[in-house]
Design a protein around this ligand. Structure first.
Ligand code: ATP
Ligand code: MG
Length: 668
């Protein structure tokens, strides 16, 4: 176990009041949190179940749990909460669901579910484009993050568009409640509002939590900030750690100002700065410092490293995006074979999810194992979720979530109003949505046409269930797909016939795996247990990131926050990719620069960046400009490759001048 430096040690031992650790990348902030948890349990004898540590991604939470697990063994750690903000919120909602008017077993709508619901709501009035749905969804999300209720949003709306968005927000929330469901933003919003407005609940939770620790504090939004403030109260027993230079979630409402706000809210706040970086070579660190120095700074930070200076940062110019992917894949394979570097020591980082496809293909070609974190896996594909939802509802008629996903997929003219009434009726009857579909009472509340539609759906599901259980299961499932004319629905929903074909192929793949599982001569393999296993696989797939086998790691820059890898490739170092086009248009280069800073500082030993001379976009080829961030790096520390030309004297002069200007800025 590494020795803490004096400042880290001070941060671990300081428990008399609120504490903020403000420090740059790789300086041991997360380490302070894990060591402090161990200290609280072992030295201060605070029961583990009264300690709550919060971080941003599931991956980060898992890593933190692992690190704590190495320090605190077995029973002592029982009941400790190390989770994401969303999971913490979910826990509170689970325990307080009655106060929130939710029934037990409420559903959680993921982004895709919310989108479907919104599309249906908006379709009710007119045809809307996917863009408009996204814009409204984004507004609703922002309102929720800012704790603005539908009625407040309506009263604050300034123009027609805002009124429409706010009214949709109101309907959307009503529908969610009628469905006994919450969305992702609700996971923070609902507990925050509940605690804010109910003294007794607040008191209960405050008494339960003795000490709170928050990692990546710079990325909290208003509702998360308030949730923490409510939970810690005036006793203010907390440690938060963060780095304003790594704030990369402004688009999701994150407010790095929360760091400064903290000092105002807690005048007794102690601030500790850490300056030694334990992660990267001197050269990598110098590049990171140099790039981020171009952003204005409220808190000045210095970072230094005792590791050697290290190799130059390689910048590789590639002919095309195909060449870029090939270059990275072959480099990784070569280094694996020649230098015996494990695959898992490599990470390939990129700005947008769409960039992963081509590198995935190349890695597959070279038979290099890899995993994509946070990307879309087989089970998160819409068509697979649809078919799985059919199977889930067939196996469990109380699965409201599955019911809602498919009742109108493909469209059955069951609009939101009908479903809202159905939801209310089922809630009054305290039964599941599917189970009340053929009740006479429901016939009285719905129009005849809608009722008969629901009843037909109900009877057809029952019939399919019988067919699956009685006869040839796979044949019955295929018949089900034909009955709903799913293939045509995919054609309607997809951007091209080819896309539709690919998606249908995925469906056949799923059915083929069911067939294979059923064929295995095993007593347990009746159709119910096979589908049960698939449902579990679905859940496992979502947790696959836990898998620590030897694979190259692919992820977006956003997903890489807080992680570290010996060898890092940063691809697509081009204007419009990094910095991203929308950020250039919105003149928001600073956030992109922070992303760049996050990317550079993930690397421990070697950092390689690539860009291309030609790239295709929407079927057209163009010549991208290398990212401006490449120019911001200390040129003496870079080793350029594949650049068939040297920069002209004037260009160099220009860059030199820009650097002088930057330096001057720094000292002014
Ligand atoms: P980020 O800003 O990227 O989240 P961080 O500040 O949270 O980084 P950590 O991940 O905690 O930094 O630490 C970075 C690396 O330095 C880790 O590998 C950690 O084990 C190591 N480290 C931290 N403190 C020390 C120390 N005192 N001695 C040796 N190694 C350390
Ligand atoms: Mg960290």
């Amino acid at each position: 176990m590494s020795q803490l430096n004096p400042r880290q040690s001070e941060a671990v031992h300081y428990i008399d009041g609120p504490l903020l650790v403000l420090a740059g990348a790789g300086s041991g902030k997360t380490s302070v949190i894990t060591r402090k948890i161990a200290h609280l349990i072992q030295k201060c004898e605070i029961p583990a179940h009264r300690i709550v540590a919060v971080t941003f991604t599931n991956k980060a939470a898992r890593e933190m749990k692992e690190r704590v697990g190495q320090l605190v063994k077995g029973k002592q750690a029982r009941g400790l909460t190390v989770s994401t903000f969303h999971n913490l919120g979910l826990n509170i909602i689970r325990k307080e669901h009655q106060r929130l008017g939710l029934k037990n077993g409420f559903s959680i709508f993921d982004d895709q579910d919310s989108r479907t619901l919104l599309t249906e709501l908006l379709h009710r009035e007119s045809d809307v484009g996917a863009d408009e749905v996204d814009i409204i969804r984004h507004s609703i999300s922002n309102w929720k993050n800012d704790l603005i209720s539908p009625s407040q949003a309506i009263s604050r709306a300034n123009d027609e568009d805002e009124v429409r968005a706010a009214q949709t927000y109101a309907q959307y929330d009503r529908m969610l409640r009628a469905y006994n469901a919450v969305d992702f933003d609700d996971l923070i919003l609902l507990p925050t509002v509940l605690l804010r407005d109910n003294e007794d609940v607040l008191e209960k939770w405050r008494n339960r939590i003795y000490y709170m620790l928050v990692d990546e504090y710079q990325d909290t939004n208003i509702s998360q900030y308030l949730l923490v403030r409510l939970l810690v109260g005036n006793r203010a027993r907390f440690t938060v750690v963060g780095d304003d230079d790594q704030s990369i979630y402004a688009w999701r409402g994150a407010r790095p100002e929360n760091l400064a706000q903290l000092a105002e809210d807690y005048p007794a706040l102690k601030v500790i700065k850490l300056e030694q970086n334990y992660r990267s070579s001197g050269r990598i660190l110098k590049c990171a410092n140099k790039v981020i120095a171009n952003n204005p700074h409220v808190f000045e930070k210095q970072l230094w490293s005792e590791h050697g200076y290290g190799d130059p940062i390689r910048i590789i110019r590639c002919r095309s995006e195909d060449h870029e992917a090939e270059k990275i894949a072959s480099e990784i394979l070569n280094q694996h074979l020649q230098k015996k570097r494990p695959f898992k020591d490599f990470a390939v980082l990129y700005r947008g999810n769409h960039q992963s496809r081509i590198i995935e293909l190349k890695l597959q070609q070279f038979q290099v194992p890899y995993k994509v974190s946070g990307g879309s896996s087989f089970f998160s594909k819409a068509e697979i979720k649809d078919v799985m939802a059919y199977l889930r509802l067939i196996m469990n008629s109380d699965d409201d979530n599955a019911f809602l996903r498919i009742v109108n997929t493909p469209r059955r003219e069951l609009g939101p109003t009908t479903l809202e009434k159905l939801g209310q009726y089922a809630q009054n009857r305290e039964r599941s949505l599917f189970s009340v579909c053929c009740e006479m009472g429901l016939a009285e509340t719905l129009k005849a046409k809608q009722y008969s539609m629901l009843k037909r759906f109900h009877d057809w599901i029952e019939e399919t269930r019988e067919n699956i259980q009685r006869g040839h299961a796979v044949g019955a499932i295929k018949q089900m797909i034909r009955d709903i004319d799913y293939e045509n629905w995919l054609v309607e929903q997809s951007s091209s016939p080819k896309m539709a074909e690919k998606r249908m192929e995925n469906v056949w793949q799923l059915i083929a795996s069911i067939e294979r599982m059923l064929e295995k001569a095993d007593d347990e393999n009746d159709v119910e247990s096979v589908i049960g296993k698939l449902i579990l696989l679905d859940i496992l797939e979502q947790q696959k990131e836990e898998d620590d086998s030897d694979r190259v790691q692919l992820m977006t820059l956003h997903a890489s926050k807080g992680l570290e890898f010996p060898y890092v490739f940063l691809m697509g170092m081009e204007e419009e990719l990094l910095p991203h086009r929308t950020s250039i248009e919105e003149d928001n280069i600073e956030e992109e620069r922070r992303l760049m800073y996050v990317g550079i500082t993930r690397a421990k030993r070697e950092l390689t960046m690539t860009y291309t001379a030609k790239r295709k976009q929407y079927g057209e080829e163009f010549e991208p400009t290398p990212s401006r961030f490449l120019d911001e790096m200390p040129q003496d520390d870079l080793a350029w490759e594949g650049r068939g030309f040297q920069k002209s004297k004037e260009e160099k002069q220009e860059i030199g001048n820009a650097h002088l200007a930057n330096l001057k800025n720094l000292f002014d």
